[in-house]
Write a protein that binds this ligand. Structure first.
Ligand code: ZN
Length: 137
């Protein structure tokens, strides 16, 4: 599989790619909509549709687009940018099996949510499902 990132790819952009243990706690996921020169270097333009912050999905901070230096760009500190990874088709398939909470829009596997037929939405067990709703289920 090519690791070359192109326009149209779905990517993860990590806030802390190097920080041990934090890489998978802070990132955005979205589509590369352009690759362009911006503020002195070539950047991926990413339209994010979700963010993981401190290990939890959130809709906060999903604005943008984000302008992230292309992998391989040298930093002023002598390092090399490498904070963007292509999301594989397998991962995308797994994510497409996720459902979105109808109340707060968090994504989760179906076994962590209840379908509320009255409201005709999925509600996440850990975010919005309330035992009081059982009677109206
Ligand atoms: Zn919810």
């Amino acid at each position: 599989m090519s690791t070359e990132i192109e326009i149209g790819d779905i990517v993860r952009s990590y806030d802390f790619p190097d920080t041990l243990g934090l890489k998978n706690e802070f990132y955005v996921v979205g589509e590369v909509i352009d690759i362009m020169e911006y503020e002195g270097c070539l950047r991926y333009v990413i339209r994010a549709d979700r963010r993981v912050w401190n290990g939890y999905p959130t809709l906060q901070g999903v604005t943008g687009p984000f302008y992230v230096p292309v992998n391989g760009t040298k930093t002023t500190l002598g390092g090399v940018c490498h904070g963007v990874e292509k999301v594989s088709d397998t991962e995308l398939l797994a994510e497409s099996l996720m459902i979105t909470c109808g109340k707060c829009s968090l994504k989760m596997p179906t076994d962590q949510a209840h379908y509320h037929s009255g409201l005709q939405v999925w509600l996440g067990d850990n975010c919005c499902w309330d035992e009081r709703l059982v009677s109206t289920k």
